[in-house]
Structure formats: structure tokens, C-alpha cells
Write a protein that binds this ligand. Sequence first.
Ligand code: ASP
Length: 345
Amino acid sequence: MNNRSSLLMIYTGGTIGMKQDATDQTLKPFDFGQILNEVPEIRKFAFKIDTYTFDPLIDSSDVEPGLWQELAELIRDKYEEYDGFIILHGTDTMAYSASALSFMMDGLTKPVIFTGSQLPIGVPRTDGKENLISAVEIASAKDSEGHALVPEVCIFFNSLLMRGNRCTKTDAEAFRAFRSPNCEPLAEAGISIRYNSNIIRKPLDWYQSLSISTKLDTRVSILKVHPGITPQLVRTVMCDPETRAVIMETYGSGNAPTKQWFLDIIRESCESGKAVVNVTQCQAGTVNMNLYATGKSLKNAGVLNGYDCTTESCLAKLFYLMGKSSDNEWVKGMMERNLKGEISR
Ligand code: ASP
């Protein structure tokens, strides 16, 4: 058994890999092949760490599903060579990318850890070094049988390892940029790294091979309900003939206006065959459409329960399921199932 780890560090772009240019003071990406010079602490780990830099590097606000396909293919192609994968990614859309990869990869037995930072790695007070060093340690951690301690797609940020499809970026400034309100952290880095092994998902078969699904169907729209919402807006989003699914961001435990015109449009959208999924605007807690009359009317109209999933993960799950099948009835059935730990069911 070989307990010496080898990792692939993939840099897609974002603040972490930037340095202040000495001449014009702007932030520019540095040559990531030189990461060991920037973070010499990593040399103290006795593992092999290779780097792979995307070209072009992107601010994660420009992330498109094509990047997820490239990442999934890269990990599949390099899967046998490495024990773990670290993806350095901008924070703005990291929760979407981590959610997407969690669905697109089946049979994962190795860690895939996203991280990034709020301050560039070259800045003295950077949070990037701690994030990166701990992510390296976690991605290489194995049990006594040589199996990965965390064979999941995760986000490591500000001392917490969180399930990727449970995270949301909640702070644009603080080092604690991400939260996973409906799922306990998978690990916490203090003096030592404490793994929450009751929550970490383990494969049934450690020797299964990885398979990826890169076909994604992005015909999804999002309706955020709010006081004063108009019939025109609701109809435009809910009844767009180009979409196959709508995510409804509702109030509290899944409530929405009870006005007849509103319910009529929702019913029309469901009856046209669209997968309409109810997720809450609240950061924590779950949709329960049996609690109030308003939620019940949505359920009766045919709206699906998104339970406690984030909008990011609901979107990625729809892209993935709709890419797998053109049968919306199948997609609807799968939406209410827990596929990768994204809902508490
Ligand atoms: N706009 C940047 C990005 O998401 C912010 C960051 O890296 O944290 O790529």
C-alpha cells in the first residue's frame, strides 16, 4: 500500500493566483507553475504536487458550464495519476462550480477540493496561503487502509471544509466568505484537522471507476418572489417556451403569494410540463409545502419540493439531470431525490 500522495492543483483563475504588479499596482495572475515559490510551506509536505493552469485564466464571474465540462474531463483523464485534486477558483461562482462537479462525477473515490481566497496570495495578510495549505493537507489525507478521508467534491475556506453542493457565498469581504447552513462542515482545521466522518459520504466500492456526465442542459430560469411582483414578470419567467425548468425562490418554508392570478400562472407552467422547483430564499432551513395554505397551493399546482438545497445546487442539478434525459417526468422524479448529499433526505 502506498500512502505517499500525489496531487494535481488546477488553477482556473480568481483572486488567489494574483499578485500586485510592481509597476502599475494592478492585480495580475502570476505564473502558477511557480506556486511553490509563492507558498514555500507546501514543499514541507512530502507529496508530489503538479500544477495545471487554465488558459485563459478567468474571473469566476465569467464561468460557464463549458468550464465544468473541461474540469470534469481533466479530472477523469488524470484520475489514475493522482490521489486528490485541488481546484483554485474565484469565489464568486465557486459554489455553482462545486455543485456542478458533484453531480457530473459518479463513482468518486478521491477528494476534489475547491478553494480560493479573498486576498491575493502575494499580499501579506492573504487568506490564500492558509486555504491552500489546508486544502493540500485534506486532499492528501488517507485512512489506515489508504482510502481518501474525504472522497467528495468540497469547498475549503477559512478553516472549514464544506460539502460543495451545500455552500453559498455569503460575504463579499470577510475571510469567512462561504457558509453551509444546512449541512455541518465535513472537517474543521484548527491545531489539527478534525474530520466529521459521520457526515462524509463514502463510496460503496472503493475500486469503482470514475464516470463523468458532461452533457448539460441549461434551459432553466429562476423566479425570485417579492412583494409587488407583477403578473407580467411571473408569466415571462414561468411560461417561457424556451425553458424546461424553473426554480422558484420563495419565502420562508416555501411560501408564495396566494393571489389567484399567481397560482394560475404557476399551474399553467407546471401543466405545460416544466419542472418547477421550490427553494427558499432563507439561508437556512427547508421548504415544507404542507405547513401553510400558501405552500399547499403550490404543491397542489404541481410544484416540486427543493427541500433544503441551495439555489446554486438546484440549478446545477437541473442542468445535469436535463442533460441526461429529455423526459421531464424523469427529471422531476429525480429532483426530489438526494443524489449527492445536496438535500437532507
Ligand atoms: N471576482 C473574483 C472571482 O470570483 C473574486 C475572487 O476570486 O474571489 O474570480
